[in-house]
Ligand binder design. Structure first.
Ligand SMILES: *Cc1c(COP(=O)(O)O)cnc(C)c1O
Length: 379
C-alpha cells in the first residue's frame, strides 16, 4: 500500500552505520576507494554524488511520484540544466506571458546565444498553445509556470500535455508556487517538474535550492550527466536543510493556504484595494481550473491598491509583519513590488507585471495579526 503524502515526506533513511535517525550531513568532497575504482556505496566525488543529497533526492522523487529527482544549488540552476537537457539548438521554449523574471532572463540573455529561442504564448488559450506547438521546430519545449508569479494565472497541465504529446514537444512545469503538496504535474502528463526549493520546499528562507523530477529515464540520465558536467551540485548542508523543511511541507501549506484565503478576502472587501489576485476567490479567472488541478489555492496573494505605484510603494514600506523582501514560501510573511524587485529583468517587455502590483507571500503567523497589519498599512 502506498503511503500518503505527509508520511512519505517524513520517510528518510536512518544512517546504517550509527542508526542516527536523521541522515547525517556528509560534509566531504571525496570518498576513500578500497582499490583503484572500487567505491564504497558508489560514492566517488561530491560533485557526482553525495549521500545527503541522495537522501534529499529520494525524498523529493517520492513526493512527486517520480522515478528520478535531481537536486540543484538553486531553482535557476535547475532551470538551466533542464533546458540544456531538453531543448536543442534551433528549438524554442514556449513561455507563459508572466514567467518568472529569472527564467526569462536566462532565455533572453544566456541561452539566446546558444541558438535556443523563445516565444511567449498565452497558456490560458488552448488554441494559441495548439498553434504554437504545431509550429514549434524540433527540439522545442513548452515551459509552464502554474500558478504564475506574480499574476496567479493557471495553465491546464493535462490539456496542454495532451496537445504537446502529439507533436513530440516536452512539457516542463515550474511548480514552485504550488509545491508538490498542492499539485502533481507528472501525474497530469508533464515530462518534468521543477521547483525552486528555496521557496515552499525548504520553507524557512534560509537556503537556496532547486529540483527537477521526471519519470523519463533518458531525460533523467541526461540531467544527471549535465549536473555533474556543468558542476551544478548543491552542498550537503543545503541539501540537509531542504530535507528537514520538506518534512513539514504539508502542515505548513495547509496554514499558508488558510491564511492567504483570509488575507485575500479581507483585501477584496477593503475600500482602498482595487484588484485582488487569489485563485481561491470564486470570481478569479483561474479559480475553476485551480480547483480541479490543485489540492488548495496556495499561499500567494497579489493586489493593486487604489492610488497606483505610489500607493503600492507606501504599503510596501508601512507593514510591520510583512517584511519587504524578495522571495516567497517561507514561514514568515514577505511582501514585494514585483515590477521593481523580482521581475525587474522583465521591465519594458510584454512580461512586465503592473507597476502598482503588490505581491504577498502569506506566512504562517496568526491570521488576525496579518489582517490588522495590512489594514494599518493601507491606511
Ligand atoms: C524563485 C523562483 C525561481 C528561481 O529559483 P532560485 O532558487 O531563486 O534560483 C524560479 N521559478 C519561480 C516560480 C520562482 O519563484
Amino acid at each position: 500500500m502506498a503511503y500518503g503524502f505527509n508520511t512519505r515526506a517524513l520517510r528518510v533513511p536512518h544512517d546504517p552505520l550509527t542508526g542516527s535517525v536523521v541522515p547525517p550531513i556528509h560534509q566531504t568532497s571525496t570518498y576513500v576507494q578500497d582499490a583503484v575504482g572500487t567505491l564504497r556505496g558508489g560514492y566517488e566525488y561530491s560533485r557526482v554524488a553525495n549521500p545527503t543529497r541522495t537522501a534529499l533526492q529520494d525524498q523529493l522523487a517520492s513526493l512527486e511520484g517520480a522515478a528520478h529527482a535531481y537536486a540543484f544549488p538553486s531553482g535557476l540552476s535547475a532551470t538551466d540544466v533542464l533546458l540544456r537537457a531538453v531543448v536543442r539548438p534551433g528549438g524554442r521554449v514556449l513561455l507563459p506571458d508572466d514567467v518568472y523574471g529569472g527564467t526569462y532572463r536566462l532565455l533572453d540573455k544566456v541561452h539566446a546565444g546558444t541558438g535556443i529561442g523563445y516565444a511567449v504564448v498565452n497558456q490560458r488559450d488552448l488554441d494559441a498553445v495548439a498553434a504554437a506547438v504545431a509550429q514549434a521546430p524540433a527540439g522545442s519545449a513548452l515551459w509552464l509556470e502554474t500558478p504564475t508569479n506574480p499574476m496567479m494565472r493557471v495553465a491546464d497541465i493535462a490539456a496542454i500535455a495532451e496537445l504537446a504529446a502529439g507533436h513530440g514537444v516536452a512539457v516542463l512545469v515550474d511548480s514552485t508556487m504550488a509545491s508538490p503538496y498542492l499539485q502533481q504535474p507528472l501525474a497530469l502528463g508533464a515530462t518534468a517538474v521543477l521547483h525552486s526549493s528555496t521557496k515552499y520546499l525548504a520553507g524557512h528562507s534560509d537556503v537556496l535550492g532547486g529540483v527537477v523530477a521526471t519519470n523519463d529515464d533518458a531525460l533523467a540520465e541526461q540531467l544527471g550527466f549535465l549536473a555533474n558536467a556543468v558542476g551544478a551540485a548543491p552542498g550537503p548542508m543545503d541539501a540537509w536543510l531542504i530535507s528537514r523543511g520538506v518534512k513539514t511541507l504539508g502542515v505548513r501549506m495547509d496554514r499558508h493556504c488558510a491564511n492567504a484565503r483570509a488575507v485575500a478576502q479581507m483585501l477584496l472587501d477593503h475600500p482602498r484595494v482595487e484588484r485582488v489576485h487569489y485563485l481561491g476567490l470564486p470570481d478569479d479567472p483561474g479559480h475553476e481550473l485551480a480547483a480541479r488541478q490543485m489540492r488548495n489555492f496556495g499561499g500567494m496573494v497579489s493586489f493593486r491598491p487604489a492610488g497606483g505605484a505610489q500607493a503600492a510603494a507606501n504599503v510596501a514600506k508601512s507593514t510591520e509583519l510583512f517584511t519587504l523582501a524578495e522571495s516567497l514560501g517561507g514561514v514568515e510573511s514577505l511582501l514585494c513590488v514585483p515590477a521593481q524587485m523580482t521581475h525587474a529583468s522583465a521591465q519594458g517587455t510584454e512580461l512586465a507585471p503592473p507597476d502598482d502590483l503588490v505581491r504577498l507571500s502569506v506566512g504562517i503567523e496568526d491570521a488576525d495579526d496579518l489582517l490588522a497589519d495590512l489594514d494599518r498599512a493601507l491606511g
